[in-house]
Design a protein around this ligand. Structure first.
Ligand SMILES: NC(=O)C1=CN([C@@H]2O[C@H](COP(=O)(O)OP(=O)(O)OC[C@H]3O[C@@H](n4cnc5c(N)ncnc54)[C@H](OP(=O)(O)O)[C@@H]3O)[C@@H](O)[C@H]2O)C=CC1
Ligand SMILES: O=C1O[C@H](COP(=O)(O)O)[C@@H](O)[C@H](O)[C@H]1O
Length: 487
């Protein structure tokens, strides 16, 4: 079957970190798999005055671990063109338009264009406008705008940005990237929930006791402190990745598995998020942390480009509720942070205990379904069974499936999957504006209170699972974090 796609990619921020680390390698994998063959071209733009030759060398360097044949790599990079460009200079868009039209003819691209905005969100509105007014969007073929996070820094700024973009690109042409939606096991949530009667029957407040979502990172802020100082963990991870996972876990079954039906259900789930309104409610349900230094490891406040009295959180834990028919009263505990003990993304669904323990056995544990997203990918179901010993005692055993190394190696990287979806026009794994809207509404309430109340930072050491208040949050409810690698 010929899967070849025809398109021109214009990457704004073509010299940047994201382009080099994620976008070029992903485009190369699509080339190796035949989704991109002869009928594609890429224009990279940024302010730096690079030649095509230099740009092609940069792209080739970014894929050096992926190719075996120089010829294949050279053929691939021959499709890349560079255009020095300042986003506010209208003349540059005129040159860009000429180049885009030339390449369209040269490669027979049928007017299909993907505009990837891999740069600061403050430029998104302006770029969208010029793309339209300078006729870089075509009137034949498709025009899709791929936008990186963060989409605004609060609800008000996101609304302004959205209004600006929607003047030039209709919602169905806007592909808001959340790379967690490209992860294999995050996409697997729907298959697990809606493809198995044993789970779909139990996936509600009658059987689920609580849900725990952990996105922990071992690294600190690295080179991105400048951005992080304006964001913090709440905006950087909760507003997007975590709330997207919450939506996938708590939405009602879509009527069919397509982008419109799925996103409709996700929007409803996010709309049903209980928004905390008072400072008391927020302090009762959300806690924050900032990492201290230890040995050679700098504390957050000592990192380059951070303020020495920074009030920015590098850790968040919280309890939230989705007030719909199936999930009201199920606490959903979330946590994320930098410089924690391990890099792990996992979801634990903790089921209620059986109504009576007829075995009078104190060792019975609640059933738990764990969805391992990263670094392991797979599932684990904890059940109780008879212990293989004389007498009758129960023990917890694990039914486990982990993708083997070969399968794991063949799983496409998140950006590769999402770029292919964008090429195919499938918006299922991109965030709809209404999802962004409800996510900010929830996050803004917390941010507002935290911005008014300085925290007692730093309050956790590198290599831990965050500050003590995170454990206390669950202990108040008689619960504990099921995943605890530092016991
Ligand atoms: N890097 C990552 O891992 C992730 C990044 N993101 C998001 O992706 C976007 C890009 O991030 P990242 O690649 O890290 O950022 P970088 O700072 O590395 O890149 C920014 C790019 O924008 C260009 N640029 C800056 N100002 C202008 C201007 N006035 N006119 C034209 N070009 C300009 C820069 O090139 P030049 O200096 O040559 O002009 C550069 O190519 C951001 O929105 C970020 O939040 C999201 C998730 C992860
Ligand atoms: O979006 C972001 O995600 C990364 C973590 O992504 P992962 O795929 O490695 O889990 C995080 O480090 C970064 O701060 C944030 O902007």
């Amino acid at each position: 079957m010929n899967n070849e796609q025809k398109a021109l990619f214009i990457i704004f921020g073509g010299t940047g970190d994201l382009a080099k680390r994620k976008l070029y390698p992903s485009l190369f994998r699509l080339y190796q798999k035949g989704y991109l063959q002869n009928k594609f071209a890429v224009i990279g733009t940024a302010r730096r005055e690079w030649s095509d030759e230099h740009y092609r060398n940069v792209v080739k360097e970014s894929i050096k671990d992926l190719y075996l044949s120089e010829k294949v790599a050279d053929d691939f990079v021959s499709h890349f063109y560079y255009q020095a460009h300042h986003v506010s200079d209208v003349e540059h868009y005129k040159t860009l338009q000429k180049l885009a039209d030339e390449l369209d003819k040269k490669y027979a691209l049928c007017g299909n264009r993907l505009f990837y905005l891999a740069m600061s969100p403050r430029f998104f509105g302006e770029i969208s406008r010029y793309l339209k007014t300078e006729n870089i969007v075509t009137d034949h073929g498709y025009n899709r705008l791929i936008i990186e996070k963060p989409f605004g820094r609060d609800l008000a700024s996101a609304q302004i940005l959205n209004k600006e973009i929607e003047k030039y690109f209709p919602e169905e042409s806007v592909f808001r990237i959340d790379h967690y939606l490209g992860k294999e096991m995050i996409q697997n949530i729907s298959a697990i929930r809606f493809g198995n009667n044993i789970f779909s029957a139990l996936w509600n407040n009658r059987y689920i006791d609580n849900i725990q979502i952990t996105l922990s990172e071992a690294l600190g802020v690295e080179e991105r402190a400048g951005y992080y100082e304006t964001a913090g963990a709440l905006r950087d991870m909760v507003q997007n990745h975590i709330l997207q996972i919450v939506a996938l876990l708590t939405m009602n079954a879509p009527i069919s598995f397509n982008d419109v039906d799925i996103r409709r259900e996700k929007i409803s789930a996010l709309k049903a998020l209980k928004v905390y309104s008072t400072p008391e409610e927020i302090n009762e349900n959300f806690v924050r942390g900032q990492y201290a230094g230890l040995g050679d490891m700098k504390g957050y406040r000592e990192e380059k480009d951070t303020a020495e009295d920074s009030n920015i959180e590098t850790f968040v834990a919280g309890k939230l509720y989705v007030d719909n028919m199936n999930f009201s009263d199920v606490p959903i505990y979330i946590r994320t942070g930098k410089r924690m003990a391990v890099k792990t993304t996992r979801i634990d669904i903790v089921f209620k205990q059986v109504p009576t323990n007829i075995f009078k056995d104190s060792g019975m544990q609640a059933n738990m379904l764990t969805i391992n997203v990263d670094p392991q990918e797979g599932l684990n179901l904890r059940i109780n069974a008879k212990e293989v010993k004389p007498g009758f005692h129960t023990e917890s055993i694990n039914l486990s499936h982990l993708h083997d190394i070969e399968t794991k190696e063949n799983i496409p990287e998140a950006y590769e999957k999402l770029l292919l979806d964008a090429l195919l026009g499938d918006a299922t794994n991109f965030t709809h504006w209404e999802e962004v809207n409800y996510s900010w509404r929830f996050v803004d309430a917390i941010r507002h209170v935290w911005d008014l109340e300085p925290a007692d930072f730093p309050n956790y050491l590198p290599g831990t699972m965050g500050p003590k208040c995170s454990d206390e949050l669950l202990a108040k409810d008689g619960n504990h974090w099921e995943f605890n690698p530092v016991q």
